[in-house]
Design a protein around this ligand. Structure first.
Ligand code: ADP
Length: 206
């Protein structure tokens, strides 16, 4: 799918506010923490837990969640490979804008295709894409069946369901791996926060 703009007579309008000025305003950097994993692996749970903790410490953080985005911005997209690719492309662009505005973005999308995630990594400035593999065995996700989707997928009621009838391509070199079947939600959230501290995105607590 081409990502070239359809219109020719458009130019990028540069802001008069620099990234450094925004960092001085917020007191932290802005990255996109991209959670990828099977349905029910824990993406939303961990993303919202990290968001809560960041905001409680005065950081500007915002979760972009799969189902929410599909109700609005991406309501015209389904789950075919083409639509999944376009879904992720748009989320990548939205993440880039939020980062530009100084916000730490936490995304919770299955995002099963490696090429789609790699494209987002390329779209964002170097070092600002933090890929998090939310690693949970299919059997455990299916046992959790948070939204009852696995049951429906097994019954053939949901076509192209990741893990059952559609592939999930694991990241090759994720920045973070969270073993959600072995660690608690708080431990997983802390692993993400530790990474943001270690890489200087957020400063150590004063
Ligand atoms: P996803 O967003 O990946 O579809 P959800 O976050 O909606 O998944 O659901 C994950 C489920 O697994 C929740 O019911 C959550 O309470 C449970 N869970 C158990 N352990 C963990 C963990 N370590 N991290 C995240 N979720 C966990």
């Amino acid at each position: 799918m081409s990502t070239e703009p359809k219109s020719k007579n458009i130019t990028w309008s540069h802001s008069h506010v620099t990234a450094e000025e925004r960092r001085a305003l917020t007191g932290h950097g802005a990255v996109t923490v991209w959670f990828t994993g099977l349905s029910g692996s824990g993406k939303s749970t961990i993303a919202t837990t990290v968001e809560r903790q960041l905001v409680e410490h005065g950081r500007h953080a915002y979760v972009l969640d799969g189902d929410n985005i599909r109700q609005g911005l991406n309501s015209n997209l389904g789950f075919s490979p083409e639509d999944r690719t376009e879904n992720i492309r748009r989320i990548g662009e939205v993440s880039k804008l939020f980062n530009d505005a100084g916000v730490i973005v936490l995304t919770a999308f299955i995002s099963p295709y490696r090429a789609d995630r790699d494209r987002v990594r390329e779209t964002l400035p170097e070092g600002t894409f933090v890929e998090v593999l939310v690693d949970c065995p299919l059997e455990e996700c299916e046992k959790r069946d948070v939204k009852g989707l696995y049951k429906k997928a097994r019954a053939g009621e949901i076509p192209e369901f990741t893990g059952i009838s559609a592939p999930f391509e694991e990241p090759e070199k994720p920045e973070i791996v969270l073993a959600t079947a072995e660690s608690s939600v708080d431990e997983c959230a802390q692993q993400v926060l530790d990474y943001l501290l270690k890489t200087g995105v957020i400063p150590a607590q004063q």
